[in-house]
Design a protein around this ligand. Structure first.
Ligand code: VGL
Ligand code: ZN
Length: 195
């Protein structure tokens, strides 16, 4: 039997309209909500019931203010997604679907960059991969920001862990258009289903 889950990667304000605003990010949020709606309708359930049959997991980039990926600290990115700030918050339209135990933070340690959400931890220190196993997940749908970085790394780790990965191409945003196209081609060649 197939058990599906949705992983929403880093749909946080700094990647939407903040310091690292991604292209197609607003649209990706809208398309993600439509995708969630389609799952709900398919099952004839109420909004809140969707989580019983189609778990929605969130990853968050969750940096300390002096994270080593920030330019002022020797990294390549402007300061972004600092824990506890508006820029680090998940888009408000997605909040009805956020569950603390299904929210996984990464990049929390100031010395390590962590693009993949796979090893992100919830407030009980359980990893995303671990929870997907516990849920008996076979198929993981992935959307979010940004294609070339956190989305790609998360998809690849999920695949390596044995999940069937479906990347929702209308529900992702990116830093660079060509980078996005190239990352999609690479992921497709690795066996990630782009749909
Ligand atoms: C990301 C750059 C820096 C991402 C995170 O979520 O794709 N990109 N930190
Ligand atoms: Zn980051």
């Amino acid at each position: 039997m197939n058990n599906s889950a949705l992983v929403i990667v880093d749909m946080q304000y700094d990647f939407i309209d903040g310091s690292l605003a991604c292209r197609n990010s607003e649209n990706a949020v809208k398309e993600t909500l439509k995708f969630i709606d389609r799952q709900t309708k398919g099952q004839g359930g109420e909004d809140h019931e969707i989580l019983d049959t189609f778990p929605i997991l969130f990853t968050r980039d969750h940096h300390p203010a002096d994270h080593s990926s920030f330019k002022e600290y020797g990294g390549i990115w402007p300061s972004h997604c600092v824990a506890g700030t508006h820029g680090g918050s998940i888009h408000k339209d997605l909040l009805p679907y956020v569950r603390e135990e299904l929210t996984f933070d990464k990049g929390c340690d100031k010395t390590t960059e962590q693009y993949s959400g796979f090893d992100g931890l919830n407030n009980a220190e359980q990893s995303l991969g671990e929870i997907l196993e516990l849920l008996d997940t076979t198929d993981v749908y992935v959307c979010g920001l940004a294609t070339e970085y956190c989305v790609r790394n998360t998809c690849e780790d999920l695949m390596k862990a044995g999940f069937k990965v479906h990347l929702l191409k209308d529900c992702i945003g990116y830093v660079d258009h060509q980078g996005h196209i190239d990352a999609l081609a690479t992921m497709a060649s690795e066996g990630i289903v782009i749909e």
